[in-house]
Design a protein around this ligand. Sequence first.
Ligand code: NAD
Length: 253
Amino acid sequence: MAMTVVTGSASGIGAATFSALAASGREVVGVDLRDAEILADLSTPEGRQAAVDTVLARSSGVLDGLVLCAGLGPQVSDAKRIVAVNYFGTVSLLDGLLPALRGGEAPAAVAVSSVSSTQITWADNPIAGLDESEVEAALEVGGDYRGQLAYAASKNALTVAVRQRAGDWGAAGVRLNTVAPGAVDTPLLQAGLDDPRYGEAIRSFVGPLGRRGRPEEIASLICYLLGPAAGFVHGAQFVIDGGVDAQFRPTAF
Ligand code: NAD
């Protein structure tokens, strides 16, 4: 079996996914800013290219799986960096590693989006179709809440980017899906809870199941989507949020 790559493997959902995939017998390689087999900064074009080059060298150009978890939350003060990691960093690795996935055995990729991807529409997404150099100015409309706007916009753009690739990736024999978690107990969520602008809203973001998710619960959905039981699942977004989306938007799906 060839290699499976997990970005954001040092913490939270990425760490839980790394562990679950390794426990299932896969050879897993992590990409992160720290505590990973491959150290790379996915917020910059140079860091993304270095990550792709290092993965290709280490895998001899063949991958069975790719999981893109690296991300920043809305509380991060540099809003353009949120978009740089969540959107441009993720899409660069998808595109850069598709050739390696083509050569894999029953290859599949999963990108971690968010239920926040549904908070704005593509038509209202201020970064839709923009070049990375134009993002900072486009986010100014968010004012003091530009971090939240950057987060929702980056996740909306990521989900759209995955859906837009369904045709080419399917023709290439590589399945590609997104998962869209609600609130999951990780360091990213804790940083949001600790932020006076966002803490209260996150605390109230609890649905019918009455609790937040655990990273292992998101990892188990990702493992399913990478594996043979999901052989006909492609181009889809899976909301995993304890029922919040159904409760607040029962007619929108
Ligand atoms: P986390 O902070 O625990 O883990 C994120 C990881 O991404 C960290 O290890 C971090 O070092 C890495 N990372 C950040 N910037 C990077 C960069 N420039 N280059 C390389 N790696 C970088 O967060 P998490 O909650 O596990 O989040 C994982 C994914 O899940 C993110 O994309 C996040 O947006 C998404 N998500 C999380 C929640 C939640 O409630 N926790 C909800 C919806 C979606």
